[in-house]
Design a protein around this ligand. Structure first.
Ligand SMILES: [Zn+2]
Ligand SMILES: [Zn+2]
Length: 853
């Protein structure tokens, strides 16, 4: 029909129209106060870095969160669905250097551009709670938290290694080190320098961060495992070996101690009588003493340090090829007085444990490898408890008994660990100990575009806190960014020079700024009270909204961000600001968006711009495709054909609903719930029943998926099937064979089901159906279990194990009835004609197998 050609689904008209209407209603997506009486639901998508352009990964993340938020609104919840900007960081400085644009202007322009993109996508955020981390009204609270932590002893200063470009004369971020060289000076090797830096003592919470993981049942197991490994708790013993006097004696002999102790950490003190060397990290303090008098050793150790640094830069410290050098010095085993050689090795890390280990090649894989390489003795001190087990070395099991260990022979490993710990404690050369891989969080950055650290250096008083009433310490607006010659804030005299709050004398401000992970550790609390000028947030607001009901973000944040924000939550709890122990009840990690088998990236030239897709197919089709093309937790391979397909589907929905909207409108009776209206004419039957059954099955599936399965791809597929069934019945619908109330229920529910996925089209069709109010506030449809139940089942029929046909039987049919239906089937009769039926096997509800000869 010509008329149909003229009426086309046109997202370019529909979507801006609704976008404008929604924008004019600030209450639409606004969270309500606790007094509203509704149950609360807080859905959080991780805030983006304002690069200026959303990418498809963002679109996917936000489409998932927005569908969930809309669903919960329709379920009658008071929903908090906020958005903000992780707006500090190096790219703004890089852009400033490249384009000569001030970081603040560049960042705010990018935010405006991305906000427009989000609004065009129809994402339902409560912009009244927007958080922008680079604005003083936000970062002043970073400073406030810093001071509170400083007062509680959770802030320390210590020397730490930084990447240093001698050419730039400044510190480089890890991402600015390319193949060991400066990103701006490709032939200048980056050095590791010791610099005094600020640290948050996250290690104080190591045990609690670990224990809390057990309770986070709504978090993906892989994330919890990554955090457990990152925290890396090991139980063991710290033991002091004694530095032997430098006399010409070999290994194994008893020696005199110098009084200097070498503390090692071991998880297997039961094997200590099998120690054949002590290994030190190249940066160990004792090594410096040895090399000070031994230039040859110094050269060798420097080489080890370099190897370690290269492996660290390659991010592959665990796989370092093990090298070591003997120092010519000996250590005395405190349990038997035996001398063992001291080595320096590149795989021993200064910042793990004590930076020194005892090497037991008989019972440790790594030590065995090292001893074999350098010809160090290998001694067995544990034999298997079960004598039928082979005792080939290295024998690393703890299911064993001590041998070659003098008075401790015969003890089990567990008994020996306990006994040897007790002896160490009693004799004063060691103790039971727990060590963590987790390190304190270095928050110092020698950068401009970050939160200034609110401390003052006074010559007389030392470190002095900036008083609370002088916060925020505002980042100066005009700074020349050269990325050379140290911290940019050090070159701003008005910033640098101040007076000491204690003595009133001249003093100097701290010029380091904070790591941007500080900003993202607590922004989601600020959303609950974003305009508060007197506190980071009102504890009552946080108590109402926390913990977050559902957090959604990429798995790349499994460590760092998600550990820091858990730490921050515990720290704020201990300040008495909040009562929850963990930030989020549930966490969902979506997969990546890839194209042509690779992650989208500018360098690969496979980036698909969201604006382009929205321009061509509309926001609804782009968003719905992002949910439909793959299960949300898997990677999604972007195919433009797929977006076009979803757009065509939405066009079919649009035509179907507009075609029958008039009939449906005539059936609207506001004062009666529709369900009763349908019942007036008695139970539906025939085609009406068939369509209603499909509808209620679809409602049940989509609802279930929102409750935690998150198979949005199969949800959308189910809605597509429903639309197919309705289109297939077009002729009967046109002929009026389905009662108008049923038509109305079908169309109305279809629009409600689509609302979380394609909000613009749903709003348009809701209006078209003559329904009142915003579809977002319409109650989510409820599946009628009675209607959804199938009354017939399809049972496959096999003959001699091969599928022949399918028969339809009543859902409650017994074996006899199923057998009768199978034998009555024409195909079955044709295949069994003239043969003998030897056996009939019926699995009720599942299968019939006929054995014929
Ligand atoms: Zn450089
Ligand atoms: Zn002072």
């Amino acid at each position: 029909m010509a008329e149909e050609n003229e009426l086309r689904y046109d997202p370019a008209t529909i979507e801006p129209k609704w976008q404008q209407r929604w924008a004019s209603d600030p209450t639409l997506y606004a969270a309500e106060p606790a007094s509203c009486g509704k149950p609360k639901y807080y859905v959080l998508e991780m805030l983006p870095y304002p690069s200026g352009q959303l990418h498809m990964g963002h679109v996917r993340n936000y489409s998932i969160g927005d569908a969930l938020a809309r669903h919960m609104w329709m379920r009658g919840y008071n929903v908090l669905h906020p958005m903000g900007w992780d707006a500090f960081g190096l790219p703004a400085e890089n852009a400033a250097l490249k384009n000569n644009a001030p970081p603040r202007e560049w960042t705010l322009a990018n935010i405006a551009a991305m906000k427009r993109q989000m609004e065009r996508l129809g994402l339902g955020y409560d912009w009244a709670t927007e958080v922008t981390t680079c604005l003083p009204e936000y970062y002043r609270w970073n400073q406030w938290f810093f001071l509170r932590m400083y007062e509680k002893g959770l802030v320390t200063r210590k020397k730490s290694k930084v990447n240093w470009c001698p050419e730039c004369a400044t510190v480089l971020a890890n991402e600015q080190v390319v193949d060991g060289c400066c990103w701006r000076h490709e032939s200048t090797l980056v050095e590791q320098r010791d610099l005094v830096q600020w640290f948050f003592r996250i290690t104080e919470y190591a045990q609690e961060l670990l224990d809390g993981l057990d309770k986070l049942e709504g978090w993906p197991e892989k994330v919890r495992t990554m955090q457990r490994n990152w925290i890396g708790r090991s139980e063991g013993t710290e033991v002091d070996f004694f530095l032997a006097e430098k006399v010409d004696q070999g290994s194994g002999t008893k020696g005199l101690g110098t009084g200097t102790r070498i503390r090692v950490f071991t998880t297997r003190v039961d094997t200590i009588l099998g120690a054949t060397s002590v290994q030190l990290a190249p940066q160990h303090a004792l090594v410096a003493e040895f090399t000070a008098v031994d230039p040859e050793l110094k050269t060798q150790v420097d080489e080890l340090i370099e190897q370690q640094q290269r492996a660290r830069e390659a991010g592959d410290l665990g796989a370092i090829e093990k090298h070591g050098v003997p120092t010519g010095r000996f250590a005395i085993n405190p349990y038997n007085g035996q001398r063992v050689p001291i080595w320096v090795a590149n795989y021993i890390l200064a910042d793990y444990g004590t930076g020194a280990i005892m090497s037991v090649p008989g019972h440790d894989e790594r030590d065995f490898e090292f001893a074999t390489k350098y010809g160090l003795p290998i001694v067995q001190v544990i034999k298997p408890a079960d004598s039928s087990v082979s005792a080939e070395l290295p024998f690393c099991s703890e299911d064993g008994v001590l041998v070659n260990s003098g008075e401790y022979n015969g003890l089990s490993c567990e008994e020996a660990q306990k006994r040897l710990q007790e002896i160490a404690a009693a004799e004063g050369f060691g103790e039971a100990s727990v060590t963590f891989r987790l390190k304190d969080w270095g928050v110092s950055r020698q950068r401009y575009w970050g939160t200034p650290i609110p401390m003052i250096h006074c010559e007389k008083d030392g470190l002095v806190q900036v008083p609370d009433d002088e916060l925020p310490v505002v980042l100066p607006a005009q700074v020349e960014i050269t990325q050379q010659g140290g911290s940019p804030l050090g070159r701003v005299p008005e910033f640098l020079h101040t007076t000491c709050p204690k003595c009133g004398g001249p003093a100097r401000r701290e010029t380091d700024t904070m790591d941007t992970f500080v900003d993202s550790s607590w922004y989601f609390y600020r959303y609950t009270d974003a305009k508060n000028a007197n506190a980071p947030f009102d504890p009552k607001a946080a108590q109402y909204w926390f913990p977050i009901d559902q957090s959604i973000g990429g798995v790349e944040h499994a460590i760092l961000h998600l550990i820091y924000s858990r730490f921050w939550t515990k720290m704020m709890r201990d300040l008495g600001l909040i009562v929850n122990d963990e930030p989020a009840r549930r966490l969902f990690t979506q997969g990546m968006v890839i194209k042509d088998g690779a992650k989208m990236s500018k360098s690969k030239g496979n980036v698909v711009a969201p604006d382009e897709m929205v321009g061509r197919y509309g926001a609804d089709a782009t968003r719905m495709y992002a949910l439909f093309a793959a299960p949300p937790d898997r990677d999604l391979d972007w195919q433009e054909d797929g977006v076009a397909g979803v757009s065509r589907f939405l066009g079919r929905v649009w035509r179907l609903v507009t075609k029958y909207a008039e009939a449906a409108r005539a059936e609207r009776i506001d004062s009666h719930p529709f369900r009763n209206e349908r019942g007036k004419d008695g139970a539906p039957s025939g085609l009406a029943l068939k369509l209603l059954r499909k509808l209620h099955q679809t409602i049940a599936k989509v609802t279930l998926d929102f409750e935690g399965r998150w198979h949005f791809n199969t949800c959308v597929a189910a809605i597509m099937e429903l639309v197919n069934d309705m289109q297939a019945a077009d002729a009967q619908l046109e002929a009026g064979e389905v009662a108008a109330p049923v038509v109305r229920e079908l169309l109305r529910s279809l629009v409600l089901l689509l609302a979380p996925f394609a909000p613009y089209l749903a709003a348009e069709l809701w209006e078209e159906l003559g329904e009142e109010g915003n579809v977002l506030r319409a109650p989510w449809p409820v599946s009628d279990a009675e209607l959804a139940r199938e009354d017939e089942l399809e049972i496959p029929v096999q003959i001699n194990g091969r599928l022949v046909t399918v028969v339809r039987v009543a859902a409650d049919a017994d074996s006899k009835a199923i057998e009768a239906a199978a034998l009555a089937n024409e195909k079955v009769r044709a295949r069994t004609a003239g043969k003998t039926l030897a056996k009939v096997i019926v699995v009720p509800g599942k299968l019939v197998n006929l054995v014929v000869k």
